[in-house]
Design a protein around this ligand. Structure first.
Ligand SMILES: COc1cccc(CN2CCc3cc(OS(N)(=O)=O)c(OC)cc3C2)c1
Ligand SMILES: [Zn+2]
Length: 262
């Protein structure tokens, strides 16, 4: 494992990190040290209600590909768990590596996964737009699910088949009737939760993270299609493969990670 760590330090970070983030004491991602996490019996089960009809498009934004949902009504929502309010799904995306040794943003006792899914929601009880919520400390809620290479994920295949249409940065393709609940593990009652930030610009400290204990499995070939995407737009001379689009891990700075399970 240390060799992969060594290699990891040679991996070029996806972008030049800004020197200082305002405040900067609740940045993401982090390594979750299981024995230091604190069981909180008051954490409720997560309540997820997604309507596939709110699915709209896939967008390659030059960091990842985002599957974007219509978040103008409370049709696809998340509540419960550590959350006091109701949150609306606005998009989901992934982070992955150039090989199956690394790629996730979070790690569990330093164990990295080949990829990580993020379902991004914003607090629609308190704010009226994502743009408003993105700067508030209770504005966003992100569910993180680790991906492991194994059997083919049937539900993911519809998304994989659409990816060649968004190969280049700034490309968009219509994508409808996709139920993101199919990407959740069977058990979403067991998770770790902590106060953190977005891991891509604007890196704002607005996120309540819920990292699922149970991973999902996808096939090697499905992950290879993720790696066929490009960071670069069609006009750019130098094409660069979209891989290693994860942020370097950040200091815990005294934060407590709570677990919903013992
Ligand atoms: C819709 O209003 C917006 C305002 C500012 C930025 C954006 C776009 N941004 C939202 C947050 C976010 C967050 C992302 O990653 S993450 N790991 O959840 O921080 C991300 O990964 C590719 C992309 C985006 C896209 C939208
Ligand atoms: Zn993300």
């Amino acid at each position: 494992a240390c060799s992969s760590k060594l290699l990891l330090s040679q991996v070029h970070p996806m972008w030049q990190e800004p020197l200082a983030i305002p405040g900067g004491d609740r940045q993401s991602p982090i390594d979750i040290v299981v024995r230091k996490s604190v069981f909180d019996p008051q954490l409720k089960p997560l309540k997820v209600q997604y309507d596939p009809r709110t699915c709209q498009q896939i967008w390659n934004n030059g960091y990842s590909f985002l599957v974007e949902y219509n978040d103008t009504t409370d049709k696809s929502t998340l509540k419960g768990g550590p959350l006091e309010d109701q949150f609306r799904l606005c998009q989901f995306h992934f982070h992955w590596g150039e090989n199956n040794t690394w790629g996730s943003e979070h790690s569990i006792d330093r164990h990295l996964y080949p990829a990580e899914l993020h379902l991004v929601h914003w607090n629609s009880d308190k704010y009226s737009l994502f743009e408003e919520a993105v700067i508030e400390d209770n504005g966003l809620a992100v569910i993180a699910v680790f991906l492991k290479v194994g059997k083919r994920h049937e539900g993911l295949q519809k998304l994989v088949d659409a990816l060649p249409a968004v190969r280049h940065k700034d490309s968009v393709v219509e994508f409808t009737k996709f139920d993101p609940a199919c990407l959740l593990p069977e058990n979403i009652d067991d998770y770790w939760t902590y106060a953190g930030s977005l891991t891509t610009p604007p890196l704002t400290e607005a996120v309540t993270w819920m990292v699922m204990k149970q991973h999902i499995e996808v096939s090697h070939d499905q992950l290879a299609v993720f790696r066929s995407l490009l960071f670069t737009s069609a006009e750019e001379q130098q094409q660069r493969s979209m891989v290693n689009n994860f942020r370097v891990q950040q200091a815990l700075k005294g934060r407590t990670v709570r677990s919903s399970f013992t």
